[in-house]
Design a protein around this ligand. Structure first.
Ligand SMILES: NC(=O)c1ccc[n+]([C@@H]2O[C@H](COP(=O)([O-])OP(=O)(O)OC[C@H]3O[C@@H](n4cnc5c(N)ncnc54)[C@H](O)[C@@H]3O)[C@@H](O)[C@H]2O)c1
Length: 261
């Protein structure tokens, strides 16, 4: 196969959960620029529609659908809708995350923790099984899980020195780590359906509301010298979603600008 073909997602249908969020937008844009037909799904359909329209204005094939990952009926409805409107699915990007827990180690509340688990563990596995089913019906495809460097390492509290950011919530370190080993599990149980499963563990994405001191603390530990920017994940996700990575499954790619090398 020609290299351009290996990296093309032409004729592929891809679903990105939480595709109107911070990393989600970059992932949707990357897949669509590689010629996939992309569905972004999250709870706020209006925001999803507005984002999809900006992509269509650029000639990209992006569509928004409603999804509450915590609700099995919503997952089942999206599954049926993908078959009806798009004819099936080839690529599933497990990107949505809920962050209902605040207060750090001393302040986290158990009901917030339960909500986090409902979305980030129970709902995440529900939608993965539903979408793997659709991919299997097409004869195979790919799953790309989005975890975090915070699923691989403990928190570096010195990043928050001189800010009022407090210490991070414990659930995030738990379910991001789970996502990485869940990827390896999927690689095994879905291999006979010709589905490959891989994971990306990104570092922090630059956002306008980040305190300057945090950006300085963080950036000086990164070999590339900065937080991630919008383009950084696009090539990685396209590579894992398509044939370019066809001999890779069960892998986790740390994308942290060399912070932990
Ligand atoms: N932003 C970062 O710096 C960063 C760093 C490392 C890893 N990540 C990972 O990137 C992924 C996306 O994170 P982000 O920072 O872009 O998040 P975000 O908060 O910007 O977006 C998350 C998306 O998930 C959606 N979502 C939340 N609950 C949902 C539910 N019940 N049903 C459907 N959709 C739901 C939200 O609507 C939103 O669109 C996550 O897997 C996260 O762990 C992010």
């Amino acid at each position: 196969m020609h290299t351009k073909e290996l990296l093309s997602l032409k004729n592929k249908v891809a679903l990105v959960t939480g595709g109107a969020g911070k990393y989600g937008r970059c992932i949707v844009e990357g897949l669509a620029e590689a010629d996939a037909r992309v569905i972004t799904a999250s709870r706020n359909l209006e925001a999803g529609d507005a984002f999809a329209q900006t992509m269509r204005d650029r000639g990209l094939d992006v569509h928004a659908r409603k999804l509450d990952q915590a609700d099995p009926e919503s997952v089942a409805a999206l599954k049926a809708n993908i078959v009806a409107d798009f004819g099936g699915l080839d690529v599933f990007v497990n990107n949505a995350v809920a962050r209902p827990v605040s207060g750090g180690w001393d302040g986290f509340r158990l009901n917030d923790l339960a909500l986090s688990m409902q979305v980030n563990v129970v709902g995440m596995m529900d939608i993965t099984r539903a979408m793997a089913d659709l991919i299997a019906q097409r004869g195979g495809g790919t799953i790309v899980n989005i975890a975090s460097m915070m699923g691989m390492f403990g928190p570096d509290l010195s990043n928050y020195e001189g800010t009022d950011m407090g210490n991070p919530s414990p659930d995030y370190f738990f379910h991001r780590a789970g996502m990485i080993n869940f990827t390896r599990y999927l690689a095994h149980v879905l291999a006979d359906r010709r589905i490959r499963a891989n994971c990306i563990s990104p570092g922090g994405l630059r956002a306008p509301n980040q305190p300057q001191r945090f950006v300085q603390n963080y950036s000086k530990k990164v070999m590339i010298g900065r937080l991630a920017v919008d383009d950084d994940i696009k090539g990685v996700v396209v590579f894992l979603a398509g044939e370019g990575s066809k001999y890779i499954t069960g892998e986790n790619i740390l994308m942290d600008g060399g912070m932990h090398c």
